[in-house]
Design a protein around this ligand. Sequence first.
Ligand code: TRP
Length: 335
Amino acid sequence: MDEVIKKRVFSGVQPTGKVTLGNYLGAIRNWKPLQEEYDCLYCVVDLHSLTVTQVPAELRKNTMDLVALYIACGIDPSKSALFIQSHVHEHAELAWILDTIAYVGELNRMTQFKDKSRKHADNINMGLMNYPVLMASDILLYQTDVVPVGKDQVQHLELARDIAQRFNARYSDTFVVPEGLLSKSGQSIKSLQDPGAKMSKSDPNDNALISLTDDADTIRRKLRRAVTDSDTCVRHGADKPAITNLLNIYTLCSGLSIADAEKTFEGKGYGEFKDAVADAVISVVEPIQAEQKRLLRDKAYLESVLKQGADKASYLAQKTLSKVYRKIGLIPRIR
Ligand code: TRP
């Protein structure tokens, strides 16, 4: 029988602070079903998080929390490689090579760089500007075919494609040019306090976001305080950004369609609707929290997963990096 060669998927999340409901619904949740069809690598991108100041002890804790969360969200370590970016040194090494391919001008134009420079005006470090090159390295190192990304990462993925094509044109075919896979839910989850902004883990107003670590009472309270639109009707539409966002959260968590949800809340007030949104969110979040907690007590298991993941990733990464070194004229080390 012919062995079917699966296409490769790579994705990652930074271990910075809390993972929000937006990160989960927009990204991590979509990773689980991909495992059936693709050869997946899921990475905790700790090197990326160093582009903003981190407290070392917190970074360590956040990293292991995120590893456990991946598994709790359905990443199966027997199907996918789950690993920590800094365990595979080729990420940083390929990033240097790609730095010589990427242009200052294109990095300077990146929306996220401009946003983060504004937010961290006292720490506009080179890593912040280089962030998209390291991300391109993550992706290209594994000859990735498909990258599940949120809308906010589309520009970075475009850059990774440009870099791959530029390298291939200069040194002959070396990298697979990756395709993006936008999450099915399409639209990103917005802030509960400002439906014009995305739900961001770095939002200084804690009421704007639901964290996957929030307990049931906190989730209910934040949803009750969520801003609404001027009329009182539960309807999806561009003129109703706040209720549309809550409806998106509700339908993604309950599995109902928008039309069914609108019908359910016809003639009912926002209070009742918000409580139902809270129930739906809690029913999704609580089992994940319980499983994450259980996993975090089993350090030996998590470490065995990380070892196996890094072993697989290293093997693939080393193959690509030595090919790259050869193509650009670096002499291989004598062993
Ligand atoms: N920049 C991504 C984010 O903030 C995280 C990331 C780093 C990533 N490397 C990646 C995502 C490679 C996909 C593929 O969401």
